[in-house]
Design a protein around this ligand. Sequence first.
Ligand SMILES: Cc1cc2nc3c(=O)[nH]c(=O)nc-3n(C[C@H](O)[C@H](O)[C@H](O)COP(=O)(O)OP(=O)(O)OC[C@H]3O[C@@H](n4cnc5c(N)ncnc54)[C@H](O)[C@@H]3O)c2cc1C
Length: 224
Amino acid sequence: MGADGANSIVRRTFYPQKKIRNYLSIQQWFPETHPTPFYSCIFDPETTDCCSWSISKDHQFIFGGAFPLDNARARFEKQKQKLEQIGFRFGEPLKTEACLVLRPSSFGDFCKGEKGIFFIGEAAGFISPSSLEGISSAIYSARDLSRVLNHPKGDLNQRYWKKTFHIRFKLFLKVLKCPFMYHSFLRKLVMKSGIRSIQINEATQKDTTPHFAKKISPQRRAQP
Ligand SMILES: Cc1cc2nc3c(=O)[nH]c(=O)nc-3n(C[C@H](O)[C@H](O)[C@H](O)COP(=O)(O)OP(=O)(O)OC[C@H]3O[C@@H](n4cnc5c(N)ncnc54)[C@H](O)[C@@H]3O)c2cc1C
């Protein structure tokens, strides 16, 4: 059973021909120096066709992104330089982390084991190509496989693959979602439409109660 993540040695051993699109994820931690904590998702097609993110957490500022393998570190540093010009503050990193991350691009990308070889989680390619989230798919696929193995009858591989259809289908929908996230024109349309935007409840100083919830116009809603 391959439960060994993006760079699965089990997958590479038994299915060396199986190539799932992959990126190098690089992340650095800095002392937080921004006046207010903030969170961001960055799309910069000049340095990567995937995305980057920043998180303020426990007085630390985390910045990371997923980059094509060729010159990944140089792309990361270039993106940092560009972001500094628009107000991001980095400084000396406290730590730097890097690992491979998969990004399936078609329904056939998932790795179907056979003859008693099984894959769960990212080893199977179960990770969202739009957000790079894979924890829930790892947990669900582990659960599905345990249910199959605990009731051994028929073709176990077939049963497992059938049981995980819901994961593959959900991830395939994310493949279809990608252009709307990663193509700037389509992304702007989505942002403008306000689809799935979050309504912000603002507390203002003028308010008599501390948690006064104010309705705001669709234009001022936080976007997905
Ligand atoms: C920077 C970053 C941020 C992420 N953030 C999120 C997030 O916010 N939410 C989310 O849902 N997902 C996120 N993901 C994706 C998520 O982490 C993975 O999809 C998920 O952890 C996959 O789980 P897994 O159990 O399949 O593999 P992993 O969590 O990668 O676990 C595989 C395990 O196998 C071990 N292993 C590997 N090879 C061997 C070997 N040869 N022998 C023994 N052990 C081995 C590894 O050490 C590891 O412990 C993120 C990924 C990255 C890179």
